[in-house]
Design a protein around this ligand. Sequence first.
Ligand code: HEC
Length: 121
Amino acid sequence: MLARYLSRLVLFVIFTFALPSYGTDELGKEAFLNNGCSKCHAIESLAVEKEMNPETGKISKGPDLSKTGLDHDADWFVKWLKRKVGQENDRGKVLKHKKTYKGTDEDLQLIVAFLQARKPA
Ligand code: HEC
């Protein structure tokens, strides 16, 4: 009897707390990783580290994206990733993104939501 109660309690706890946290943000992080974004970007706030290029041994110099959600909205992220907008760098030069997004639309939506959520609480 008690064991049954406990196993229900455990299931309740898993469904109520553990699963929702494996939500869009986790899926977004997976999409981010699967689409190679971490080849050039770290997200220090989530302990996502840049990967080294196994062929050249080099680490690319894309910016850390821990706070990118403070600066841009969803619309901008979509355009940026498709290289339809540019932005000024420190030296006043307008640059477009290094890489044109080539993944699926579904992943793009997840990635954009994930980027929007990257801001300090
Ligand atoms: C080949 C390296 C490279 C890859 C791969 C890459 N980026 Fe970038 N990214 C950069 C660089 C470099 C910048 C800085 C601006 C520039 O020079 O394009 C940048 C800038 C950005 C910015 C703007 C940051 C800001 O707040 O101004 C965002 C957002 C971004 N990248 C997201 C992504 C996402 C999402 C992916 C994966 C789909 C990705 N990047 C893949 C190199 C890369």
